[in-house]
Design a protein around this ligand. Structure first.
Ligand code: HAM
Length: 411
């Protein structure tokens, strides 16, 4: 029997875990530079927190949530996204008293999607949210942070920023009606999946990947014709601020995002090497959502990025930490060995110990792991309270006392 993780989940270890840690460190550093506070919320919440805000007809709510009944029959859901739990936590913990509140979070999300490259059923996201500001500068600051993180992590990799505005909530309502009328005219030519969305969620048809749908969407009405003066002004300001900070973008009139809570600015960073799951980061404004969840009537804006997708693109970096192997050539020196292990560790020097008690085997293993040094201890060393340090690059070796050893390794 093959022992495998559940479909769509994966174990993290070795190089991928190393990359994930580097990614998380950079996220935390940049979040700190922009004065965002970290928050961690429980992995599951009441199902109600997600159903209305994400949209009763959204794919996430209809098909993808991991929902189960607790023993008292209350309905709970493993979080499929982080924005609503962050807002719930900000309300629960009175974090909305001094606005704007800037929060970030890193953690696992759960969606029962069809697994493929870059798409998992348990995956990790970073999330940045600004609660309590309707200023176009907040949208632009968030985009600037997203770009800074991608720049720092993906160095010379190409990614593009797409932006759009969904106008006010009234605009969106009117636009959905226009789209429903439009798609009804071409109903029989649309894919079966899109046909089922014409009345409940026509926006989703706009980012269908089916050729038949793409052809019809080319002539779909544009939302920009329905913008209010205010929404139009704000979108212009966001674009203007992005240009001032030297950020290039592509205006995509059909960028609509998959969750129902968005209005005004929406944006996505995409990379073409990822195949169909090409969105690294997506987000936008969600004025009205905080009130809908039970908080004050304040605006909000944010984004989330998929850490696995960044890991797929990120070059490996060597873990330079573990470069010294401790080799005991005889079981008789075990006590001296553990004393040495502890003393080196107290000095903050990482060492690897293999329980082999065989110089040849241990050296072969240290070489395979590309260690830089081996500290060799046998009966001679025990007698002289010394340590033989072997440089594994050139095979030179020399005996040292403990202080000399520390001095040499610290270099
Ligand atoms: P989202 O577009 O659903 O937005 O997800 C954001 C990012 O999470 C995606 O761009 C992708 O990189 C990653 N992602 C999503 N689903 C998967 C999956 N199944 N496997 C791997 N990675 C995935 C949100 O979640 C919103 N809460 C973003 C937001 C924050 N809007 C405002 N604030």
């Amino acid at each position: 029997m093959k022992i495998q993780p559940v479909r769509g989940t994966h174990d993290l270890f070795g190089e991928e875990l190393n990359k994930t840690k580097i990614i998380e460190n950079i996220i935390r550093k940049i979040a700190n530079n922009f004065d965002f506070n970290e928050i961690i919320t429980p992995i599951f919440e009441s199902s109600d927190l997600f159903i209305k805000p994400l949209g009763e007809h959204s794919d996430v709510v209809l098909k993808e949530m991991y929902t189960f009944n607790d023993r008292n029959n209350s309905s709970l859901t493993l979080r499929p996204e982080y924005t609503t739990p962050i807002i719930r936590a900000a309300i629960s913990n009175r974090l909305l008293e001094k606005l704007p509140t800037k929060l970030f979070a890193i953690g696992s999300m759960f969606r029962r999607e069809r697994p493929q490259k870059g798409r998992f059923r348990q995956f990790n996201q970073m999330n940045f949210e600004i609660l309590g500001s309707d200023d176009a500068l907040a949208d632009s600051e968030l985009i600037l942070i997203a770009k800074k993180i991608l720049d720092d992590l993906l160095l010379d990799k190409e990614f593009k920023l797409y932006i759009n505005s969904l106008g006010d909530r009234d605009t969106l309502k009117a636009y959905k009606k226009e789209l429903t009328n439009f798609f009804n005219k071409y109903k029989k030519d649309l894919s079966i999946d899109s046909q089922s969305k014409i009345d409940a969620n026509p926006l989703r048809i706009l980012d269908s990947k089916e050729n038949a749908d793409i052809k019809i969407c080319k002539d779909a009405p544009l939302i920009s014709k329905l913008y209010s003066y205010e929404a139009s002004k704000q979108f212009d300001e966001v674009k203007n601020l992005l240009s001032s900070s030297g950020i290039e973008f592509i205006q995509d009139n059909f960028l609509v995002r998959g969750l129902d809570y968005y209005c005004k600015t929406v944006f996505e960073f995409k990379n073409s090497d990822l195949g169909s799951q090409d969105t690294l980061i997506g987000g936008g404004r969600y004025n009205g959502l905080i009130k809908a969840i039970g908080g004050p009537d304040i605006p909000g804006v944010g984004w989330a990025g998929g850490i696995e997708r960044i890991t797929l693109l990120k070059e490996s970096e060597k873990n330079e930490n573990l470069n010294c192997h401790l080799i005991l050539i005889d079981e008789k020196v075990k006590n001296y060995g553990i004393e040495t292990l502890k003393k080196l560790n107290d000095k903050g020097l990482p060492v690897y110990f293999d329980y082999k008690y065989n110089l040849k085997k241990s050296l072969a293993y240290a070489n395979k792991k590309e260690a830089k040094f081996a500290i060799i201890i046998g009966e001679d060393e025990l007698k002289g309270k010394s340590y033989t340090l072997k440089d594994l690059n050139n095979s030179n070796q020399q005996k040292f006392n403990f202080n000399e050893l520390i001095l040499k390794l610290s270099k």
